[in-house]
Ligand binder design. Sequence first.
Ligand SMILES: NC(=O)c1ccc[n+]([C@@H]2O[C@H](COP(=O)([O-])OP(=O)(O)OC[C@H]3O[C@@H](n4cnc5c(N)ncnc54)[C@H](OP(=O)(O)O)[C@@H]3O)[C@@H](O)[C@H]2O)c1
Length: 236
Amino acid sequence: MVAVVFGSSGGVGRALAEALVARGGYARVFAVSRSGAGVEGAEALEADFLDEAALARAAEVIGAGGPVGLCIVASGILSDGEGLQPEKSYRQQSKEAFERVFAANTIAPALIAKHMLPLMPRAERSVFAALSARVGSITDNRLGGWHAYRASKAALNMLVRNYAIEQARRAPGAICVGLHPGTVDTGLSKPFQSGVSKEKLFTPEVSAGYLLDVIDRLGPEDSGKCFDWAGKEVPA
Ligand SMILES: NC(=O)c1ccc[n+]([C@@H]2O[C@H](COP(=O)([O-])OP(=O)(O)OC[C@H]3O[C@@H](n4cnc5c(N)ncnc54)[C@H](OP(=O)(O)O)[C@@H]3O)[C@@H](O)[C@H]2O)c1
């Protein structure tokens, strides 16, 4: 079985790929990113996740490596330090921001699923995990704001649920989940860390370790749900 991390140039994605190599549970680890950046011990592949032809090319190489036992989507966007900022009010919403955020956080994982789920085994256990966020929980939303990001992750959670239902028919061992990595010290969270206490801000390595432990403990009954770094279910 092989493992694949999409978004291996990102903070959490790189740490996940490195930890998978270090743990050694898979015959091969593929690290897919827009830049094709290498991760030691993993096989680097280049793809923009919004480019289906590029995803199909990556899938061909990955599929030739063996059945996919684990696929983690660790890509995503929150702000860009320029025009794209999480909204505090509906007054700040824009078509451009919604399009960019949904493209990266919802559509890209959907396209990755399209090309990866068929490579997952029918009978044996497999996991498709997309990094979501606690703020994508509608039930848990007491603060408001961050309209495009929250909505894009809520929509991602719905897709994960749909894939779980579809995969259960084709591949009874398949598990599809969303994962909240905690607040992790990466480029994505950097501008928003001021209110976060030191103990609650994980390094990417700590978060990746927790997430792989959660993945190891998942069973078919967990498919379609979203879990945080501690393995606690995040309500829809
Ligand atoms: N950090 C946190 O506190 C936190 C909290 C909750 C949830 N999350 C979620 O965890 C995931 C990982 O976040 P992170 O903190 O590791 O962020 P990060 O360091 O900014 O990494 C994001 C990654 O996404 C990639 N990406 C974005 N759009 C892409 C596209 N169209 N094609 C290919 N790659 C694309 C980036 O690639 P480039 O390097 O090419 O730009 C980068 O590798 C995200 O889904 C995020 O929403 C993070």
